[in-house]
Design a binder for this molecule. Structure first.
Ligand SMILES: [Zn+2]
Ligand SMILES: [Zn+2]
Length: 119
């Protein structure tokens, strides 16, 4: 059984300078997501579809999508806005804006060694 994991952020910092988003969860855990990771893991239907063509197994894997307009090291957040109390939406510098990143999704996608090790 896994310990209680909060999917409620207590603080979200989006840094365009560092090109990363920092989330502090209510259970005290901290996650840092690079913009490249977030853009690549965009959960919208369009990107899911693209990933589905490359991935054999379903589910939120770590499949890297390289679209024609996505260059690693390039993508920037134009705008970040909360969606209700459950998710955050990004507008990317490549014009893509349909990704709704639920906090549950983000928590599961936490790239820190502890979380990756427990998956
Ligand atoms: Zn998308
Ligand atoms: Zn983590």
């Amino acid at each position: 059984m896994s310990p209680a994991v909060s999917t409620n952020p207590s603080e979200i910092t989006v840094s365009r300078e560092k090109r990363e988003m920092h989330v502090r969860w209510q259970d005290g855990h901290e996650s840092v997501y690079g913009f490249d990771l977030l853009r690549q893991e965009c959960p919208c239907a369009l990107c899911n579809d693209q990933r589905g063509k490359q991935a054999t197994a379903g589910g939120p894997g770590l499949v890297v999508v390289s679209g024609p307009i996505l260059k690693a090291g390039d993508v920037q957040v134009t705008e970040a806005r909360p969606v209700g109390r459950y998710a955050i939406n990004f507008v990317w510098s490549d014009g893509h804006d349909t990704g709704i990143y639920s906090y549950t999704f983000l928590r599961e996608a936490c790239p820190c060694p502890a979380c990756r090790g427990s998956r």
